[in-house]
Design a protein around this ligand. Structure first.
Ligand SMILES: Nc1nc2c(ncn2[C@@H]2O[C@H](COP(=O)(O)OP(=O)(O)OP(=O)(O)O)[C@@H](O)[C@H]2O)c(=O)[nH]1
Ligand SMILES: [Mg+2]
Length: 202
């Protein structure tokens, strides 16, 4: 049985990477979620519709600057990335560009990227210009989603979009006779979904 496909959650500290991951994988939300000090991953079968799913290993990285050098290690062999920013904190969006540059430098060549504007439940405190954000995401070839880990908004759609993008690339490679390492797209009925949490110390 092949291993799940690795994706990474990237973004500044406190933007909500852990909360998004926990909401998606365990349907939990913690108002006082502590900053991550190491990378953690969850296995999750993402429903692609039409009876298909793709098994992902979702790596939640630590966003604080002091852990940055270690984070780049997690780009390796990642076929997808969720770039998270906080819609109530404009600087966190400006930093998305930094993650994109680093992924281009250290990540897998045709890595699929989606951007999450998280904490969209805090509408009154939005600091970003939607048009500017959408334009930037278009430029880097990434889909943009407004998400709220707190309210459970936009998260299923975001991971499904990423899963679809990865599976299309993988299938294209397979049809050329190259099997992408870590591929696992299966009929849902054959898949035993798992939500296991795994701590990995940097
Ligand atoms: N209102 C609101 N708060 C959120 C949301 N997502 C996360 N938070 C809060 O934001 C804070 C930071 O969330 P985390 O998930 O720990 O952020 P992180 O990006 O993992 O941070 P690091 O681990 O330091 O990189 C916590 O207090 C969360 O409760 C959201 O969608 N809405
Ligand atoms: Mg975290």
């Amino acid at each position: 049985m092949s291993a799940p496909i690795k994706i990474v959650m990237l973004g500044e500290g406190r933007v909500g990477k852990t909360c998004l991951t926990l909401r998606y994988c365990q349907d939990q939300f913690n108002e006082s979620q502590e900053s991550s000090v190491n990378a953690t991953y969850f296995d999750k079968a993402v429903d692609l519709g039409g009876g298909k799913d793709i098994k992902l290993a979702i790596w939640d990285t630590a966003g604080q600057e002091i852990f940055h050098a270690l984070t780049t290690v997690y780009y390796r062999d990642a076929y997808g990335a969720v770039l998270v920013y906080d819609v109530t904190y404009k600087e966190s969006f400006m930093k998305v560009e930094k993650w994109v540059e680093e992924l281009r430098q250290f990540g897998t060549k045709d890595i699929s990227i989606v951007v999450a504007g998280n904490k969209c439940d805090m509408k009154n405190q939005m600091q970003i210009d939607k048009n500017e954000v959408e334009e930037y995401c278009k430029k880097i070839g990434a889909k943009h989603f407004f998400t709220s880990a707190k309210a459970g908004v936009g998260i299923t759609e975001l991971f499904r979009s990423l899963g679809e993008s990865i599976s299309i690339k993988v299938q294209a490679q397979e049809s050329k006779g190259k099997k992408k390492k870590g591929l696992q797209i299966k009929d849902v009925k054959d898949t035993k979904k798992s939500n296991s949490k795994n701590d990995v110390c940097c």
